[in-house]
Design a protein around this ligand. Structure first.
Ligand code: SF4
Length: 239
């Protein structure tokens, strides 16, 4: 029972291990080669990721939530789209380095659309990569591919934002600085949405902070919503 539970909790890892076992049984040479390749990438990740975690933590501390929300949030519009392209394009390092950064940005209020743009431009239109592309395949090839790729990213980021909601991502979204809803604890009673409907809403069976939340908080109403919450899932701290 415990083993099954562990497998369920680490399903992706279990699938990878199973794939290796099948590969070793069917083609031992290929299995050995795969292990070597995986070892190489794990070593590379172990060297890069600590630096990325430190950088992410520093950005988390230094860049205020209000700035992330203003420049990369849902209401940032064309400015947010442009900045997301810039952030993704000037970045350095492999794409997996972008994931912890994006988790931090999302937690601080960056929109799903802008995260998709950052990840996509990080992966396919990084400036150093464009220079190499122009050198080997010619500037015309690079320019046409760049323009078409930017259009594709714009379309796919828009579609992604329609399909993926904030609550589909792990972690909380800090739509209002200092205000947190612990979604894991939320039992969906909707008392907060009834107490302060301008700020809270129910999305599915969980409470969420409204996308167009009021600019200034009514602290009294917020306090009554917090008091009403039976599991104390709402926290607010003024910074
Ligand atoms: S009051 Fe608390 S438990 Fe009820 S919906 Fe709101 S956050 Fe969730």
């Amino acid at each position: 029972m415990t083993v099954l539970k562990r497998i369920k909790e680490n399903l992706f890892l279990a699938i990878v291990v199973l794939a290796y076992i099948i590969m070793f049984v069917m083609n031992p040479a290929m299995g050995t080669e795969s292990i070597k390749n995986s070892g190489y990438y794990i070593k590379e990740m172990l060297m890069i990721m600590p630096v990325i975690f430190v950088l992410t933590a520093l950005l988390d501390t230094w860049v205020p939530k209000e700035k992330i929300m203003r420049y990369l949030g849902k209401d940032a519009g064309a400015k947010g789209v442009f900045l997301s392209f810039v952030v993704g394009s000037i970045s350095a390092g492999p794409i997996y380095a972008a994931f912890p950064m994006c988790v931090m940005l999302h937690r601080k209020g960056a929109s799903i659309r802008n995260l998709v743009i950052i990840l996509s431009s990080w992966a396919v239109i990084k400036v150093p990569m464009l220079l190499n592309e122009a050198k080997f395949l010619g500037p015309k090839f690079m320019a046409v591919r760049w323009v078409l790729t930017v259009f594709a990213i714009l379309i796919f980021s828009w579609i992604s934002a329609k399909i993926i909601q904030d609550e589909d991502l792990p972690g909380e979204v800090l739509a209002q600085p200092g205000l947190h809803i612990n979604r894991d604890a939320c039992m969906g009673c909707s008392l907060c949405a009834k107490s302060y409907p301008a700020l809270f809403e129910m999305i599915g069976k969980k409470a969420a902070i409204k996308a167009n939340e009021p600019q200034s908080l009514d602290v009294e109403k917020l306090q009554s919503a917090m008091d009403a919450c039976p599991v104390h899932a709402i926290q607010y701290s003024q910074e």
